[in-house]
Design a protein around this ligand. Structure first.
Ligand code: GCU
Length: 646
């Protein structure tokens, strides 16, 4: 019997809930993966098998008028028809139906049409061939072992089902930081193994992407250079594409991290990024492949004394001038913010600026800076805010999805832990990403409620408290983290726990420059001019301290500690208050969770309680270190006289 955590959101429905299936299904129509998955889902979720004697007919059919991945669910008293634009659409239809049944929706009135907003809904795994996972917090890799592909077939298949059930249709399996052993994946030696992985995911409509090394022509091809302008290098990539597609004919494409964090790339050779991307694009083009080219490029060897460089400006400076110069099968993969997956940062100025180049909007489900799957953090809340951010006065970031944004991408939070994500409630983040990529108009609230109900059952006495905790969790975490968009006050390298000056004198370009009177970097047109990278509407919003969203104040402005916020609090008092509150909020989370004792599986209850206890420890650490830091610098006491360990 698989454990509760392992089954994730594909749980059997709870006895006695409104989600119990009120009929015996009879299955008709097309046979194939969709019907197999329907039978599997009925069995595992409701303990029922379709029967010839069934009293309600579910028909599976193809409908050419629908887009390939789209589906409809039309039910009445006599039966329900699932129509898919292709077998894949039908599969999504079956998963959609099963979820609705689990949530207790009546079949007779079901009338649903679903079409994904973007064609590419992508998960990037940062798994290394040695089995470790970069920024992984849920155990070791389930793709790799001892330097090569190695997996448990059943687990991989169950994973494919989980991903497909929320609409994910492309995955990269190896880390964007490609080390020599995973570089091998595109050789005759590595490909048979990778092809086997592709085989597991294929029936579920999921295609494989492989992260490649920019220096492959030299490392693997024995060439003297990997300079993409050299004909032999272009030839290397053409041969590589031919080889890869021979083994995996439906490969989605390659993924490249170039010129970033000690990786080689076109810039290191004095070229622009298009020079590299287009050569690989040309090689992939005959096979319908795509090259995902990451925009996470900045100077990671900065001298902290040098104030002429401002890291958040880097990606835009590198890529914006190249808009229109990329081959059509290049997708520029842009991190949502200009820093690096911080708890609070503005959106990347590249979003909306490049009108001639398809982009992939990159999120991080893995909680690198947001609690590492020890602290509770519903990423969907942050994503909703990101999508709700204006690009111009008449365009929101959400409006770009399906236009310039042709791929929604996220770094996975999964690993070999039995429950996939370490923190059981972090499953909500994987679930939410898939559904949000399919439909970016879905609210975080809807996503969290659905996830809780699918996982723990539809009883409101369970759904309400857990969904509310999730919805609050982002703000609670932010309260005790680095304040007001500053970011980076984390312990260096591993990024868990506070260290206010950990990165202050480092080469990574992430400085807050606190003195005894003020903190922050002026990124306005009077400062580093970062704001000038935005459309003038957004620029003006951020430029002005009065219109800048307060939670981003210290990202854009350098301010004195006695600066008055709209609430009337000083900046410093706000920092003290939020840090004290954050700890109390986590205590409240624990108290709320304890009300669920006996109402949810004990295994789940205890596992989450354990994480919340560790979170409380972390929140305390953050509160005391951050408050102490600011008190020592400023000499200004907390107005409310609370304990600051100075
Ligand atoms: C962050 C992260 C790295 C990762 C990088 C990336 O900097 O800390 O581990 O490699 O992002 O997105 O490429």
């Amino acid at each position: 019997m698989k454990s509760f955590g392992y089954r994730a959101w594909l749980q059997p429905v709870a006895e006695g809930t409104k989600a119990q299936l009120g009929f015996l299904p009879k299955l008709a129509g097309l046979k194939g993966i969709a019907s197999e998955e329907f039978v599997h889902g009925l069995d595992t979720r409701f303990g029922k098998k379709p029967s010839e004697d069934g009293d309600y007919t579910i028909t599976l059919e193809l409908a050419e008028k629908l887009p390939p991945e789209g589906y409809t669910l039309r039910g009445d008293l006599s039966g329900l028809t699932v129509s898919g634009g292709s077998e894949k659409g039908l599969l999504y239809g079956v998963y959609g139906l099963l979820s609705r049944l689990s949530l207790g929706e009546p079949v007779e009135t079901m009338n649903v049409k679903e079409v994904p907003a973007v064609a590419r809904r992508v998960l990037n795994h940062w798994d290394n061939a040695d089995g470790s996972i970069e920024r992984g917090y849920a155990g070791r890799s389930f793709f790799f072992k001892n330097g090569r592909i190695g997996y448990d077939l059943e687990r991989l298949k169950d994973y494919a089902r989980l991903l497909a059930s929320v609409g994910i249709n492309e995955i990269s399996v190896n880390n964007v930081n490609v080390y020599p052993d995973s570089a091998q994946l595109i050789t005759e030696e590595g490909l048979p193994d990778l092809a086997k992985v592709a085989e597991v995911f294929r029936p579920f409509g999921i295609r494989i992407i492989v992260a490649v090394h920019f220096d492959s022509p030299a490392i693997l091809g024995g060439l003297e250079t990997s300079d993409p302008t050299v004909p032999a290098v272009a030839k290397y990539w053409e041969d590589a594409a031919k080889r890869v597609y021979k083994h995996i004919p439906d490969l989605a494409g390659f993924l490249m991290k170039a010129d970033s964090e000690f990786r080689s790339g076109p810039a290191a050779l004095g070229l622009t990024q298009d020079a590299g991307a287009n050569v690989i694009a040309k090689a992939l083009e005959p096979f319908g492949g795509t090259i995902y080219w990451r925009c996470f490029i900045y100077n990671c060897k900065q001298d902290w004394r040098d104030k002429t460089i401002d890291r958040p400006k880097a990606a835009y400076n590198e890529f914006f001038p190249l808009d229109g110069k990329f081959a059509p099968n290049v997708i520029l993969q842009v991190k949502h913010g200009p820093s690096d997956f911080q708890v609070r940062e503005p959106n990347s100025p590249l979003l909306g600026a490049m009108t001639q180049t398809p982009q992939g909007l990159e999120f991080q489900i893995s909680q690198e800076y947001t609690g590492q799957q020890i602290d509770l953090y519903a990423t969907a809340v942050q994503w909703e805010e990101i999508l709700d951010t204006p690009v111009t006065e008449s365009c929101m970031t959400r409006d770009l999805v399906g236009r310039e944004v042709t791929a929604m991408v996220a770094v996975s939070n999964t690993g070999n832990d039995d429950n996939w994500t370490g923190h059981l409630l972090a499953q909500a983040n994987l679930y939410a990403f898939g559904r949000l990529a399919w439909n970016p108009a879905l609210s975080a609230e809807q996503l969290m409620r659905d996830w809780v109900a699918l996982t723990f059952g539809t009883d409101p006495a369970i759904v309400e408290p857990i969904a509310n905790m999730l919805l609050e969790s982002r703000w609670v975490y932010e309260k005790y983290n680095s304040p007001l968009g500053l970011g980076w006050m984390v312990n260096i390298s591993h990024h868990y726990g506070p260290s206010p000056e950990g990165y202050e004198y480092m080469k990574w370009g992430t400085y807050h420059r606190a003195t005894h009177t003020a903190i922050g970097v002026d990124r306005t047109t009077h400062g580093t001019e970062y704001t000038a990278q935005y459309h003038h509407y957004v620029r003006d919003l951020y430029e002005n301290k009065k219109t800048c969203p307060e939670k981003l104040l210290l990202f854009f402005h350098r301010l004195p500690y006695n600066y008055k916020l709209k609430s009337g609090q000083t900046l410093l008092q706000y920092i003290y208050d939020t840090h004290f509150e954050g700890v109390e909020d986590v205590k409240r989370f624990i108290a709320t969770w304890e009300t669920l004792n006996g109402k949810i599986p004990q295994e789940a209850y205890e596992a989450v309680r354990d994480r919340l206890t560790r979170q409380l420890e972390n929140a305390r650490e953050w509160r005391d270190v951050i408050n102490n830091y600011f008190y020592r610098l400023s000499g200004i006491a907390d107005e409310k006289g609370r304990k600051i360990y100075a």
